[in-house]
Design a protein around this ligand. Structure first.
Ligand code: GDP
Length: 404
């Protein structure tokens, strides 16, 4: 089987405690794991099955990384601690993900912890999109949250949705790229596509225009089209938003209510459209025999993988790995380069929404869990014995600035 790394997304959710990271994770697992046919807008018929969500929750919600599929993409959702006190864990998780969704509370907007995690992500150059959650809450205000992103995070928000209804009456969003409504009807867990409501047409047009202007200002191709056509097509906008996300020159903002199951499908679409694949991020660096080396995300290159979390489970010691280059097979002998010790890869597991699946191999760009490592701990580099590579420690080590 050929692995198409372009279709991988390794991302994490960065959030202030209570902003809704756990709920969003649950919804993502439910949506991507509950049915086989996803990645498109449905004429909803399925009734929300909270029982199965509750069942899934216990198994995977606290896993360090969970694999799921969306729209032909493999998505690895990597857990990031919500609390800045776990700063080493934050650093490690920022290191293994290629992109992130920053979640904000729709009432509180940017909060101190979201600010400090945001700054760290800046320093690691992690591309981000933003999700303003809890729009169903009394006092929720997307515009105010967007302003706080601009003011407190010094980001350039690029808002791609307009909420339909406020607070308790929040039922969906206008997708400003395709100028359609996405509505989550009560009692259903799937999204329905509808025309833009008459009363929101003018505002949607105005906001689409503002989005086009902001994008044209920052993206040459979009500017060219804007000058020639006085508008920018959805396709060009999407390409420009992807580029601006990856360079950090803009922050795509989406919104929803995870609790009410609203807004998660477009969020997954945005993860796929805007966040980078393992091929779009810089090659990982390390040293081999004292010499600096780079390893691209190439399955044919020598193996280099980083252990980013180890947890004790009933089945044994479970080590979560990010494979940066090469291919790792079940049964392989690998070198823990820092310790100068060999280890054997026992079983390789993909942790999914409702099960663990054993696989024979993991390739560059993958995130998997391994059973069988005896001593390799968090931070260890596992590599091909013939090409020992010690991955560089994170380049940024300055202490977290308290902004509370
Ligand atoms: P975390 O600490 O970021 O993981 O946040 P949780 O997902 O645990 O959510 C914190 C609290 O906010 C819980 O009581 C959730 O039920 C609630 N919550 C999460 N999302 C929403 C939402 O969209 N609307 C409302 N009203 N409450 C939410």
């Amino acid at each position: 089987m050929r692995t198409n790394l372009h279709n991988h997304r390794n991302f994490g959710i960065l959030a202030h405690v209570d902003a809704g990271k756990t709920t969003i994770t649950e919804r993502i697992l439910y949506i991507t794991g509950a049915t086989h046919k996803r990645g498109e807008v449905h004429n909803g018929t399925t009734v929300t099955d909270f029982d199965s969500q509750e069942r899934d929750r216990g198994i995977t919600i606290f896993a360090a990384a969970v694999s799921c599929a969306w729209d032909g993409h493999r998505i690895n959702l990597i857990d990031t601690p919500g609390h800045v006190d776990f700063s080493d864990e934050v650093e490690r998780s920022l290191r293994v993900l290629d992109g992130a969704v920053a979640v904000f509370d729709g009432v509180a907007g940017v909060e101190p912890q979201s600010e400090s995690v945001w700054r760290r992500a800046d320093r690691y150059g992690v591309p981000r999109i933003a999700f303003v959650n809890k729009l169903d809450r009394v006092g929720a205000d997307l515009d105010a949250a967007v302003e706080s992103i601009r003011e407190r995070l010094h980001g350039t928000p690029l808002v791609v949705q307009l909420p339909i209804g406020r607070e308790n009456a929040f039922v969906g969003v206008v997708d400003l790229l395709r100028m359609r409504s996405l509505v989550w009807a009560d009692g259903r867990d799937t999204v329905e596509e509808r025309p833009v409501p008459d009363e929101l047409r003018e505002e949607a047009r105005r906001r689409r225009r503002a989005l086009e202007e902001a994008v044209a200002e920052r993206h040459p191709l979009a500017l060219e089209e804007f000058c020639a056509e006085s508008t920018i097509s959805a396709r060009t906008l999407s390409t420009a938003l992807r580029d601006l996300t990856r360079t950090g020159d803009g922050v795509v903002v989406l919104c929803g209510s995870a609790y009410r199951n609203r807004g998660i499908e477009p969020l997954l679409d945005a993860v796929v459209s805007y966040l980078p694949s393992p091929l779009d991020v810089p090659a990982v660096r390390g040293t081999q025999d004292g010499e600096a080396q780079e390893r691209a995300a190439d399955p044919a290159a020598p193996l280099a993988a980083l252990v980013f979390k180890v947890s004790a489970t009933a089945t044994g010691r479970l080590a979560y790995l990010r494979v940066y280059s090469g291919t790792m097979h079940k049964g392989d002998t690998v070198l823990d380069a820092g310790a100068g010790r060999t280890e054997r890869i026992g079983r390789i597991l993909r942790v999914q929404a409702d099960r663990h699946t054993e696989v024979d191999r993991a390739v560059a760009g993958d995130i998997v869990a391994v059973i069988g490592l005896k001593a390799a701990g968090t931070g260890a580099t596992l590599c091909a014995p013939a090409a020992p590579l010690v991955l560089e420690p994170p380049t940024v080590t300055d202490p977290v600035v308290s902004v509370a």
